[in-house]
Ligand binder design. Structure first.
Ligand SMILES: Nc1ncnc2c1ncn2[C@@H]1O[C@H](COP(=O)(O)OP(=O)(O)O)[C@@H](O)[C@H]1O
Ligand SMILES: [Mg+2]
Length: 343
């Protein structure tokens, strides 16, 4: 481009670079325009915010391939995800489904997964795909937080699945309204009340006893006698001498077991068992037969009576003392049958 061809007002025709090339004395575009009274709008300087140190770095599935960084030669079977901390809480703690199947009573919300929570303790135990091996439940919480309410709701909801509920004791009269709601009459045992529970009842195990072979009868007797001993130990041991519980040691166990075998007819090889009661047991120990004294390896009746005084007095309390009127006769309530309900 020749200088004479130049239109001084045509900024496009000025070869800035060439003129700069000649010693760098030329004006640049903005200088040139400002000389003619025009100001080029200046672009705002690009903002480059200072880089924060990265908190999370993407790590390849095998780890960083550097010494001491735990690099794995085999690919771990995990999927890698990149997300912002805004998205992460949606997946964290990476629980996709509740660990338990949705069977049994619907009890509320599983706060971890946000799904419904169902409780089915016996169903869980029976299902081999569920890693639950014990159906018992502990309900823990501060007073007034809803343990009892949840327990009652659970009982009520499980009834729809055919479960029968046995409430063993209702010290706060909480379950009575639930019974009344279901038109069920609760059994009440206590002083002055007519209902009795016989701890020495056979229960359903008496069924068909007379048809059992000697071996089968022996097996069943072992179960029944073990239960009775546990119950008598509990009833005797529930009583106190000062700070201590009344002891029920091995010798007491031998005496009670022998006496029960006499009273039921098991000791005499009877095929038909006779149900006995705590008063019968007490009376036999108070006036032992010579056969019982000899069987329990006592020198004589005096020796037997001296040695069993504490046991006899504890049993006497169940018959005529503080615990009288609860466990001192044959069972007078039928809790093996269907509940008395009109629903
Ligand atoms: N989910 C609930 N919604 C509303 N009230 C409840 C709930 N659970 C319990 N309650 C009420 O809270 C009170 C205390 O509950 P309760 O089950 O007796 O507590 P806890 O047995 O833990 O001491 C009761 O009046 C009960 O009706
Ligand atoms: Mg409670």
């Amino acid at each position: 481009m020749k200088p004479r061809d130049m239109n001084p007002f045509d900024v496009r025709s000025i070869d800035v670079s060439k003129r700069r090339g000649r010693g760098g004395e030329g004006r640049d575009m903005s200088r040139l325009l400002s000389d003619f009274g025009h100001e080029l709008p200046s672009a705002a300087p690009a903002l480059h915010p200072p880089k924060d140190a990265r908190l999370f770095r993407h790590v390849p599935p095998r780890g960083a391939r550097r010494p001491g960084r735990g690099w794995a030669s085999g690919a771990a079977p995990v999927s890698t995800w990149r997300m912002t901390s805004e998205q992460a809480p949606v997946l964290w703690p990476f629980i996709s489904t509740p660990g338990l199947p949705p069977t049994g009573a619907q009890m509320g919300i599983d706060l971890l997964s946000g799904g419904s929570f169902y409780a089915d303790p016996l169903g869980w135990v029976l299902d081999d795909t569920v890693p639950v091996t014990n159906p018992n439940i502990f309900s823990l919480g501060k007073p007034g937080r809803g343990k009892s309410a949840t327990t009652k709701a659970f009982c009520l909801r499980m009834m729809d699945f055919g479960y029968r509920v046995l409430v063993l004791g209702d010290p706060k009269d909480e379950y009575e309204p639930l019974c009344r709601f279901l038109d069920v009459e609760p059994f009440a045992i206590g002083h002055g009340l007519p209902a009795r529970i016989n701890p020495l009842a056979f229960g359903p195990l008496i069924t068909g006893w007379d048809q059992l072979s000697a071996e089968a009868a022996q097996g069943r007797a072992a179960i029944v006698f073990a239960r009775w001993l546990t119950l008598v130990r509990g009833l005797v041991g529930s009583q106190r001498i000062g700070e201590h519980r009344v002891p029920f040691g091995p010798t007491d166990e031998v005496v009670v077991k022998a006496a029960l075998a006499h009273l039921t007819g098991y000791a005499h090889g009877n095929t038909r068992m006779r149900e006995t009661t705590i008063p019968h047991l007490w009376r036999l120990l108070d006036a032992p037969t010579s056969e019982l004294v000899a069987q329990c390896r006592y020198a004589d009746e005096r020796h037997f009576l001296d040695d069993t005084r504490m046991l006899r007095d504890a049993l006497g309390q169940l018959v005529s003392g503080a615990l009288a009127g609860l466990f001192d006769d044959h069972t007078s309530i039928d809790w093996t049958g269907p509940p008395r309900s009109s629903r």
